[in-house]
Structure formats: C-alpha cells, structure tokens
Design a binder for this molecule. Structure first.
Ligand SMILES: Nc1ncnc2c1ncn2[C@@H]1O[C@H](COP(=O)(O)OP(=O)(O)OP(=O)(O)O)[C@@H](O)[C@H]1O
Ligand SMILES: [Mg+2]
Length: 296
C-alpha cells in the first residue's frame, strides 16, 4: 500500500517519505544541530562568485545568523569595499577600524576591529570603501595572498565558523579569501547566465588549491532567488544540478522582497521575519551544512 502510494505520487521520493525538493532530490528537514561542548577552532568558509548580485552577502548574513541561532560562535568578515554585509547587520562603517586596517597592519589585534551585532553569538569585521585601495597596496607585499589567512588565524580559536563575504571579482582580495578558507560556498542566482563565469571561478579555486591552499574544498553550490512559478527558474536549477550534481545543496533560497526589506532594517531575515519561508530556508541551510560536515 505504502509502495503504491509512493509510486503514485510524484511528490514522494521512491525510497522514503521525504518529499522531493526543487533540485530533483529528496528534500530533508535535517536535524537540529547538537549543542557544542566548546568553541573553536573555526572552519573558514568563503562565499564567492565574481558575478554581482547573486546573493553572496544575503547568504553570509543569514547563514551566519542561523548558525549563531544554533549556538555556533560566528564571525562574519565583510570583504567587499561596498560594506553591504556591515550595513545589512546594522553596523556603521564610517570612521571605524575595518578589515583594511588589519590587512595593512595599522591595527594588529583583530579584537580592536571586531564588533558584536544584535544577534547573539554573531560578530563582524566590518569593511568600508577604504578596502578598495587594498588591491593597490597589497601588490608589493610579500606573500600578499596569505594576509587575510594570517589575520584570521589570530582569532580562529574563538569561533566555530568564520564566513567571508567576497566582492564580485576574482582579484587579490578574493584570492586572499580563498587562501584563508577551508571551504568555499558558491551562491548562484536562478536567472539567465547563472553559469556564465562559473568555470572561471572553479579554475581560480583549482589554482588556489594547487599553489596556495591544497586542502580547500567546495562546500556547496547554493541556488538563490529561485521562483518555482517560472519555468525559467526551474530550468536554470536543472542545469545547475546537471553541472554540479551532489555539490548542489538541497536547500534552495526562494526569491522574496523580504530580503531587501530586512537589509534596510539592518537585521537578518531570521530576526526580521523569523516565520517567513526565507528565514526557514536559511536555518535549513545551516542544518544542511552541519549535516554535511562543512560546519561543526
Ligand atoms: N532570495 C532573494 N530574493 C530576493 N531578493 C534577494 C534575494 N537574495 C538577495 N536579494 C537581493 O538582491 C540584491 C543582491 O543580493 P546580495 O547583495 O546578497 O548579492 P551579492 O552577490 O552579495 O551582490 P554583490 O556582488 O554586489 O556583492 C540585494 O538587494 C538583496 O536584498
Ligand atoms: Mg555582496
């Protein structure tokens, strides 16, 4: 009877009662992560895609807040001169010490730069437009690709996860982020040309693995701004799954105006609209990454 039912329903996976998700695989709920006995050392994850506006910052903010909600100590690093991550978490960036000071060594101790947020367990290293000068300043530095790694090493023992929100480029800052990271998460917008440029990104990750950071892994490809009502969105997601297989995370982030609304308010969506499906999606993403071993 159960088998008949499962066979008859397109919404059921064939092996169990887990519903099928938008990626064409079962959509698990994932268990609430167990409490941690202690904190650190952090696993460092870079959120990268040189394409602009794909959801890197939104994902960093809301994944960070979700992991913090599950008791993980989280540090989010704003690594984009636009400072959108800082703004999205309600942090003023004018005339404050930023990541730029740590890169240039005008501040030695990251604790002088780290700020806490309105979310318990979530701290931030802010950025502002000063960071746009970093490319020029770092060009003549010795071991210029490893500067962020050396900064983060000083505090990695205090956190369980460090998320680095990259700018939309594959320049020296992004190479620094990849060199400092254990894993990389690639957000992909379910829109035209989602996959354009991704080959170059993968090539960059491969080069960093080859030359600077042999153990970096691809932690997952996250489909964002998915709209199940449009054939286009579904087709793009299908193509992403064809290209990346099991590296595509089961969790898919839907398109909703709640995100821009939350950003304006300077809080994560998990605080702005905790019951909204989009907030629930990021909590699920946090659980999935714990289940996959990407996060403690
Ligand atoms: N799932 C979503 N649904 C609707 N809007 C979204 C979603 N995710 C992000 N946005 C909005 O899309 C815009 C771009 O998102 P975001 O800033 O996170 O992308 P980004 O990849 O960090 O961009 P950039 O490359 O400029 O740093 C923002 O206005 C954000 O509020
Ligand atoms: Mg951004």
């Amino acid at each position: 009877m159960t088998t008949e039912k499962a066979r008859g329903s397109k919404k059921k996976a064939s092996t169990d009662d887990t519903p099928m998700g938008p990626t064409g695989r079962p959509y698990h709920g994932f268990a609430t992560p167990p409490k941690l006995d202690g904190h650190g050392p952090a696993r460092i994850i870079a959120l990268c895609n040189q394409k602009g506006g794909v959801g890197k910052t939104t994902t960093t903010i809301n994944l960070a807040a979700s992991l913090a909600q599950y008791g993980r100590r989280v540090l989010a690093v704003d690594f984009d001169p636009q400072g959108a991550l800082s703004a999205g978490l309600g942090i003023a960036t004018h005339d404050v010490p930023t990541i730029y000071d740590l890169l240039l060594d005008t501040k030695r101790d990251p604790h002088d730069v780290i700020v806490s947020t309105s979310v318990e367990n979530l701290d931030v290293i802010p950025a502002n437009i000063d960071l746009s000068a970093a490319e020029v300043h770092l060009v003549n530095e010795v071991a210029r690709e490893t500067i962020l790694a050396r900064v983060l090493r000083k505090v990695s023992g205090e956190y369980d996860v460090i998320l680095v929100d990259c700018q939309p480029s594959l320049g020296i800052l992004t190479v620094n982020a990849l060199t400092a990271s254990h894993g990389v998460l690639i957000p992909l917008e379910c829109e035209f040309f989602a996959l354009r440029g991704v080959a170059l990104l993968i090539e960059t990750i491969d080069k960093v693995r080859d030359r600077l950071n042999p153990s970096i892994t691809l932690d997952g490809v996250l489909a964002t701004m998915y709209d199940p009502r449009t054939l286009h969105s579904r087709e793009v997601l299908e193509r992403v799954v064809e290209a990346f297989g099991d590296d595509v995370l089961e969790t898919v982030i839907g398109r909703t105006v709640k995100f821009p609304d939350a950003s304006v308010s300077g809080v994560p969506i998990t605080k702005f609209a905790p019951e909204h499906p989009a907030a629930q999606a990021y909590l699920r993403l946090a659980r999935e990454l714990v289940a996959r071993g990407a996060v403690a």
